[in-house]
Design a protein around this ligand. Structure first.
Ligand code: GDP
Ligand code: IMO
Ligand code: MG
Length: 419
């Protein structure tokens, strides 16, 4: 069997959590492969709403195994809070949530470093989620990181050394902090973490596939936030693309099956950085209001704009997307006219190729579509689609060269239509 990968094609928050939940019954195992608690994945069913940060979104469908893979960065304090919230709502996970020994730990000082670095950048700040993601991956790559497996042996010494190193770095910044309270919380988190089973996840995953069981890999963030291919430097610090599933889980590229690419029928971004189709006008405001576009983690208002097919085409190529999933189309239900960016004018020259730098001189060229002006939220099958809605999907499919296999017409699990 294969690992199917599900990932975001835009700047995150496409609705990955919802669709992982919907697809989970088809798999034995669901696993995260990168990112950390910078993610906020929302699921809604039976009038309940959950926001998951580090825990994979496959936990609500029966007794499936969920894995936090080696490519993930894990903050024990936030993990504890997340687990306790789930326990309070009746979801006990110790038996079916496994954690890779090779996943890196976000230390309390990583969070402080994140804040200090952002402050030092001033106006050029990334607008990170403040969860210590960048500094943790920096330590991983510079070979200074601490891993979940380190908790099992001589942990105190390793922890102290790492903290001392970080304190020294922090002393070079004009940044005040109080480590004691967050450290206390963090160490309590480590004790919570010890209740879970640590595994050599790459071995577990490959054996699962050998035994004929399928795995769904759940991406976090989105392709435009990928550290290599996103709008650098306004990106996150991991590979959010399908290739990230290979390194983040320890599977060969030959074991990757379907690649599900998720996108919103429009586009959003949270944090700083370029966004060619951003609408800083009444339409952008309307999208934010109708789409409830406020961050699941930070509550920050998300920047909104029209769909960008140039960027999407690039994302489809980089990821090898085999099936598309269009989310939040209901947010456009009332719009009389809908626009889609079909090319860029870069320094006056028209192109459909995604340029090296989208920071400056990029002007979107739009195609207009008549809106469907229909409440889609109760739609259950393709036969009920208004003509204008079908035309919008058809155009996107033709432009991107990949079929749209699911559309989502509301936040609930049930508001999902397979085509
Ligand atoms: P993720 O990070 O990709 O999992 O996405 P988020 O959870 O951060 O953001 C998606 C938001 O849109 C959540 O509040 C979802 O409940 C909501 N949502 C998902 N699909 C739909 C949809 O089809 N229509 C509407 N209106 N909301 C949706
Ligand atoms: P999900 O998985 C949207 C953004 C931050 C910032 C940049 C870097 O819910 O889609 P970081 O804290 O990772 O160093 O921040 O990336 N960002 C996200 N934006 N959805 C996310 O996750 C994000 N995770 C990080 O806003 O611009
Ligand atoms: Mg999110």
């Amino acid at each position: 069997m294969k690992v199917d990968v599900l990932l975001g094609l835009q700047w995150g928050d496409e609705g990955k959590g919802k669709i992982v939940d919907v697809l989970t019954p088809n798999y034995s195992v669901v696993t995260r492969f990168q990112g950390g608690p910078n993610a906020g994945h929302t699921l809604e069913f039976e009038n309940q709403k959950y926001v998951l940060r580090s825990v994979p979104s496959g936990i609500f469908q029966g007794d499936k195994i969920n894995i936090i893979g080696n490519g993930v960065v894990l903050d024990p304090a936030l993990f504890k809070a997340e687990i306790e919230q789930l326990e309070q709502s009746g979801h006990k996970l110790t038996e079916r949530l496994l954690i890779s020994r090779k996943a890196h730990l976000i230390l309390p000082t990583h969070r402080l470093l994140d804040a200090a670095l952002e402050q030092a950048k001033g106006k050029g700040k990334i607008g990170t989620t403040g969860k210590g993601i960048g500094p943790t991956y920096t330590d991983k790559i510079s070979r200074n990181g601490l891993r979940v497996g380190d908790i099992e042996k001589n942990f105190e010494e390793k922890y102290k050394n790492a903290i001392e190193r970080h304190k020294e770095i922090l002393s070079h910044y004009d940044f005040e902090y109080d480590l004691a309270p967050i450290e206390k919380e963090w160490l309590a988190g480590v004790e919570k973490l010890r209740q879970f089973t640590f595994i050599d996840s790459e071995q577990y995953i490959n054996k699962t596939l050998d035994s004929g069981k399928g795995i769904l890999a759940e991406g976090a963030q989105g392709t435009m936030l990928d550290v290599d291919f996103g709008s650098y430097p306004f990106v996150t610090s991991s590979n959010t693309i399908s290739a990230g599933a290979c390194t983040g889980l320890g599977v060969s590229p030959r074991r990757i099956g379907e690649v599900f690419g998720i996108f919103k029928a429009y586009c959003t971004r949270v944090g700083s950085g370029p966004f060619p189709t951003e609408l800083e006008d009444a339409i952008g405001e309307e999208l934010r209001k109708l789409g409830h576009e406020f961050g699941a983690v930070t509550g920050r208002p998300r920047r909104c704009g029209w769909i960008d097919l140039v960027a999407l085409k690039y994302a489809v190529t980089i990821n090898g997307v085999s099936q598309l999933i269009m989310m939040k189309s209901d947010v456009l239900d009332q719009f009389k006219t809908i626009k889609a960016c079909v090319a860029y004018k870069v320094n006056g020259i028209e192109t459909k190729d995604f340029p090296f730098d989208i920071n400056e001189g990029v002007e979107p060229i739009y195609k207009e579509f008549p809106g469907w002006c229909t409440d889609m939220t109760k739609t259950t099958s393709e036969s009920q689609f208004p003509k204008e809605y079908s035309n919008y999907i058809k155009f996107i499919e033709e432009y991107l060269g990949v079929p749209v296999k699911f559309v989502s017409v509301g936040p609930d699990r049930e508001q999902t239509i397979k085509r």
